[in-house]
Design a protein around this ligand. Structure first.
Ligand SMILES: O=P(O)(O)OC[C@H]1O[C@H](OP(=O)(O)OP(=O)(O)O)[C@H](O)[C@@H]1O
Ligand SMILES: NC(=O)CC[C@H](N)C(=O)O
Ligand SMILES: [Mg+2]
Length: 503
């Protein structure tokens, strides 16, 4: 996932985009960028780092204009270490286009060949997003008649883009002298919503928190396959550009990625997490004698809503046993296993009195590589806990993700190819309780009746776009990791060679 935002206003937008990116920082901590336009000229600043570090006053001053877009990046393709792959991306023809993307294309390699050999376009990085931009640019060129750009041509181009690209994509693009285009893939895997301010400012963003936090009213989600074009005068036009659409939002948004105060596709992320805590409580009650649990302790930050509800359902006290250093970022979205492992200890410290002599039930939203759980179980023991039970509000993560969450290889996933007992031994807890896949889907799905389903491939191995099998997903991600080195020449992750190695 990444966070994206686009704005059309009647006043300068640089500060607004900056503020929105800060509200989306949890979606990407690796790089950040903003592009604006004034009188057909683009201005852009992007670099590796968090929003606060990337933009100094001088950079902000150099971003004039009433229309712009921004992105916070969490790399899932290409090179995590490359400054050039920070977004937005720019192409000069046709018109001049700047684009930001959240998601991951599953046919980027093939498209790149097509772009170079058939469409004679130049792709300068390993990023799938640069490929996407070039497909959009090519199709805009095809749809445009002698230099004029009608709304119909823009939507025709998006229609052609939907036909060519596969995977997950929420996109915001600025077309020089014309306006802002935003669209979402036909399965609605990655989120995208639209809001409006009292002064007429229009904003599209990955999460509703970015709208509300900058003083805009949430208007609605962009539908799967739908595009919206916002002219520089603020006039909006919506069009469905996909032949067939289904709503399959990524369930991991509700498990971990999104902020709890966001609502995605009509589902409150907070309520979804409470519901997952409720169903998890029932699983815990089946597996551990309730009188053997003294206290429920969340692993900050994302598990808190599930843990509070779980404690409530079990009738057990909820205590904060770990304190988070708020200046350390989210560990899961950090590139590289070594840095993730070190960060868990830097990030979380125990309040020993909550552990000493007690049987504690630790609750996390998910166990992916097992980095966090393994460390915190040991920390709980070091703090004097008697028994340490571990519960996960999400089911075991056993398949690679190819839609914009960095769960690349099977070998990295602690649950892949292992029995519950084997995972328990690796994590080092006295009992391990996972949510089950149906329980998770029902807990979230009951908040919206007309969903077609969830993109839950990392849990169930079903890749909803239909062009990827679990074997393809493994191959695609191993190719990426296979070219990895720690300094980051072209890959981005440190893979474990086999499932028997600890994470
Ligand atoms: O099994 P792992 O590979 O360790 O991944 C899972 C952990 O990573 C995430 O926490 P993170 O620190 O990223 O963010 P948070 O503060 O939002 O919980 C998630 O909430 C789990 O705690
Ligand atoms: N997480 C994302 O949305 C990543 C976007 C894009 N695939 C990149 O790697 O930069
Ligand atoms: Mg966490």
């Amino acid at each position: 996932m990444c966070g994206i935002v686009g704005v059309v206003s009647n006043a300068p937008v640089n500060q607004l985009i900056y503020d929105a990116l800060l509200l989306l920082q949890h979606r990407g901590q690796d790089a950040a960028g903003i592009a604006t336009q004034l009188e057909r000229k683009f201005f852009m600043h992007k670099a590796k780092g968090m929003v606060k570090d990337v933009f100094r006053t001088r950079n902000m001053r150099a971003l004039p204009g009433n229309c712009g877009l921004g992105q916070v990046r969490y790399p899932t393709a290409g090179n995590a270490f490359s400054e050039e792959e920070a977004q937005p991306f720019y192409v000069n023809a046709p018109f001049g286009i700047v684009m930001a993307h959240n998601g991951n294309l599953t046919n980027a390699a093939l498209l790149k060949q097509e772009m170079i050999q058939l469409d004679h376009r130049h792709i300068n990085t390993e990023s799938d997003s640069e490929v996407l931009l070039n497909v959009l640019a090519h199709e805009l060129g095809q749809a445009t008649d002698h230099g004029a750009l009608s709304r119909d041509a823009v939507f025709a181009a998006v229609r052609a883009v939907h036909k060519r690209i596969k995977g997950s994509y929420a996109v915001v693009a600025m077309i020089a002298g014309h306006g802002l285009l935003a669209f979402r893939d036909p399965y609605g895997i990655r989120p995208l919503c639209l809001g409006q301010g009292k002064d007429g400012t229009v904003m599209v963003a990955s999460e509703s928190v970015a709208l509300e936090g900058t003083g805009h009213d949430f208007v609605r989600d962009i539908a799967p396959g739908e595009a919206v074009f916002i002219g520089l005068d603020g006039q909006m036009r919506f069009e469905q550009c996909a032949d067939k659409t289904q709503l399959y939002p990524c369930v991991f948004e509700f498990v971990y990625l999104a902020r709890p105060d966001s609502t995605i596709d009509g589902i409150s992320v907070y309520q979804a997490r409470l519901n997952m805590g409720e169903t998890l409580a029932a699983r815990v009650a089946e597996m551990v004698p309730i009188d053997q649990i003294d206290v429920v302790i969340p692993i900050p930050e994302s598990s808190r809503p599930s843990a509070t509800e779980l404690a409530d359902r079990l009738g057990k006290p909820y205590r904060e046993g770990f304190v988070k250093n708020r200046y350390v970022g989210r560990t899961f979205i950090m590139p590289g296993q070594a840095v993730r492992k070190k960060s868990v200890r830097q990030k979380l410290n125990v309040i020993a009195s909550e552990f000493k002599g007690r049987n504690v039930l630790l609750v996390d939203d998910s166990i992916v590589r097992g980095t966090t759980s393994k460390e915190i179980v040991q920390m709980a023991r070091d703090a004097g806990a008697n028994k340490v039970y571990m519960a996960s509000a999400a089911p075991p993560v056993i398949y690679p993700n190819v839609y914009g969450i960095d769960m690349p290889t099977k070998g990295e996933l602690v649950a892949h190819g292992r029995t519950l007992e084997e995972i328990r031994q690796i994590i080092g807890c006295d009992a391990l309780i996972y949510q089950d896949v149906d329980g998770m889907k029902q807990a979230v799905g009951k908040l919206r009746a007309d969903l077609d389903g969830f993109e839950a491939s990392c849990f169930d191995g079903v890749y909803c776009t239909g062009d990827v099998s679990p074997e393809d997903a493994v191959r695609m991600n191993e190719q990426r990791v296979g070219s990895d080195d720690e300094e980051g020449s072209s890959g981005s992750r440190l893979a474990l060679p086999n499932a028997s190695q600890e994470s």
